[in-house]
Design a protein around this ligand. Sequence first.
Ligand code: NAD
Length: 500
Amino acid sequence: MTKTVQHWIGGRAVEGTSGAYGPVTDPATGAVARRVAFATAGEVDAAVAAAKEAYAAWGQSSLAQRTSILFRFRALLDEHRDELARLITAEHGKVHSDALGEVARGLEIVDLACGIAVQLKGELSTQAASRVDVASIRQPLGVVAGITPFNFPAMVPMWMFPVAIACGNTFVLKPSEKDPSASVLLAGLLAEAGLPDGVFNVVHGDKAAVDRLLTHPDVAAVSFVGSTPVARYVHATASAHGKRVQALGGAKNHMLVLPDADLDAAADAAVSAAYGSAGERCMAVSAVVAVGSTGDALVERIRERAEKIKIGPGDDPSSEMGPLITKAHRDKVASYVAGAAAEGAEVVLDGTGFTVEGYEDGHWIGLSLLDKVPTTAKAYQDEIFGPVLCVLRVETYEEGVALINASPFGNGTAIFTRDGGAARRFQLEVEAGMVGVNVPIPVPVGYHSFGGWKDSLFGDHHIYGNDGTRFYTRGKVVTTRWPDPSEAPAGVDLGFPRNH
Ligand code: NAD
């Protein structure tokens, strides 16, 4: 009998009752390894109720109590890195070393949350007026929800819940139904670390579960990471229901290569960032913009490197790239490559016919490289989210920046150059939330916030870093007067209070 991935509500694993399940497939074999129970609105309500009940005590707990639990969670996570990474590989398909990298970047946010006391320190002005002190403090929101995508089943939830619960909130997570087990493992580690029941809950499911969270009156805030159409919908729906929302969407990340760049370094970076995790990263480089004379030499260097990448099951240590998440996604990615020539692109590498011997039912696709891609091509305009790299040619730096800025997406971008002045100009002129200078995937460290511009983020706050703390708390200003004991009462004054 297929194993069922359960919800985690009120501190324990809970069997789903809806009778609705989704398949959890091993992308390397195509076999259904588990099934996941989809929550009903009633089950989502139960998770929110457990979180609300837990908030009564958790919201009042001391910073020291909360962070000591997070320190224990950090130690457990460190101990279980390998197990968590193996689970990610089994359900997502990414290679083990990449899965370990995902866990490490998630752990970085747990580090941040362990030190939340520094960020939650308020501000105090003494003697703002005579005998008046003013303090700004930040307090938790209550029950907050997180809705996460398939491509980082451990890291993206960890962009959210460590900061949220460190700030004193309680949390309901709705992870991707495609690779749901990592979140349940994390829930178990949190419980082992001593997190009180109900502070962290997991409900699995699809749109129905998400919709209940977006409209539930007891959910104060929603963090979402996923594709742009769903991010836009989540932002609009949850905002209309009075919630604070941060909704991070999809991307088309450009790498601008100037003629003075080290072309070998640029080609290494382009191949790593375009094909790592089979291109299923929101910060993947999916469009290289070659300036001036660089195009031919750069494309040749990318091709040489891409041809050497070893594709295979994620648990084979010799594999550098694994399969795609589902068969349907594999077919969609292949359709962009199949249509590219008719759209005016030159197909330098076509990975669509690729398979792995002994794993014929896996969701395989090889590396594709499209050159001279027109901006009108679907392969350029859409986020493909697979191992397909588009190269676009421009004559000048200005033309390159204009092309990047015309994209509706604005997640990450990078410039490769030896010219500091050009790099500095690029930082200021480019319309994207995260910029790399000779760094192809500029995912900010935990203590700087992550977030894109334009259709890559809906809402006012980026995620983790200082923005994370601001998102998961609300401000309060306390104005205090303690009269001097020798002072006579001021008496009645109906005028608007003036400071003096
Ligand atoms: P997705 O939008 O399909 O799903 C994300 C979450 O939303 C899942 O939990 C899913 O169950 C839920 N969902 C799906 N359709 C829904 C609907 N119609 N209504 C309500 N909820 C719905 O995204 P995905 O395919 O899991 O992940 C890949 C996408 O995520 C890519 O577009 C990628 O760029 C993006 N992503 C963005 C970032 C970022 O930081 N900006 C990070 C990782 C992934």
